[in-house]
Design a protein around this ligand. Structure first.
Ligand SMILES: Nc1ncnc2c1ncn2[C@@H]1O[C@H](COP(=O)(O)OP(=O)(O)OP(=O)(O)O)[C@@H](O)[C@H]1O
Length: 212
């Protein structure tokens, strides 16, 4: 299974310019891909196209499968966003279990999956703590555990280490890259050190995706 963006142009309603223009990209399973580019160049927009949240004005974005009916982009992607969308009063475990529930798992099974994924990112001992008492780096690992708990084949990470210092950022990236083995991972970043840890790097240049 691959994610394929084919000559996609995106122009937001009432915007006076194209954000993406004939952008093409393939996201491979089991590979990590960094997307670089200046602020406003369309990195998050490209990620939203890959996640099926933004429909291209022209061109296509789709899941390509070897045989059978291709699933929708939304059904094969999970998001690692910055931590604003964590429920602060709920425990780390509850926050992660929510994603397992969306897979149709029952309550107890979801909690068991959540506990496993929190252990994967090194947070087993914080599972019962309310999200609001966790540090920024810990919260970001909760967000990764939540994406992993949804068991989607592709992870879309938008500036996953944007607000973290170097050491914390390294720990978060370790969690992301070691636990996501088997998934295709797309990481939008400004940080060259983050990009250097990925299998390949592209840049958005004047609306197009170019190999960096
Ligand atoms: N829903 C929207 N409607 C109109 N314009 C939008 C919308 N979303 C983004 N834009 C505009 O599209 C451009 C690209 O935004 P995008 O968030 O994709 O860039 P980015 O490269 O991720 O930027 P940053 O690095 O600053 O997060 C910006 O000029 C932004 O204002």
């Amino acid at each position: 299974m691959r994610l394929v963006v084919d000559e996609v142009t995106v122009r937001y309603p009432r915007a006076d310019r194209h954000i993406l223009a004939d952008a093409s990209l393939t996201v491979e399973p089991d590979r990590t891909l960094a997307v670089l580019g200046p602020s406003g160049s369309g990195k998050s927009t490209l990620l939203s196209v890959l996640g099926g949240l933004v429909t291209p004005t022209r061109g296509t974005a789709r899941v390509a499968v070897a045989e059978g009916l291709a699933p929708a982009l939304r059904d094969v992607t999970a998001w690692v966003l910055q931590t604003v969308n964590v429920l602060p009063e709920r425990s780390a475990l509850d926050n992660v279990a929510v994603a397992a529930r969306t897979r149709g798992l029952g309550r107890e099974e979801s909690r068991a999956v959540a506990a496993d994924r929190l252990a994967d990112v090194g947070l087993a001992r914080r599972a019962g703590d309310a999200a609001r008492v966790l540090s920024g780096g810990e919260l970001q690992r909760v967000v990764i555990a939540r994406a992993l708990a949804s068991a989607r084949p592709f992870l879309l990470a938008d500036e996953p280490t944007g607000q973290l210092d170097r050491a914390t950022s390294e720990a978060v990236l370790d969690a992301l890259f070691t636990t996501s083995v088997g998934a295709g991972v797309v990481v939008v970043t400004h940080d060259l050190a983050v990009a250097a840890r990925c299998d390949s790097i592209v840049r958005i240049d004047d609306g197009r995706v170019v190999t960096a």
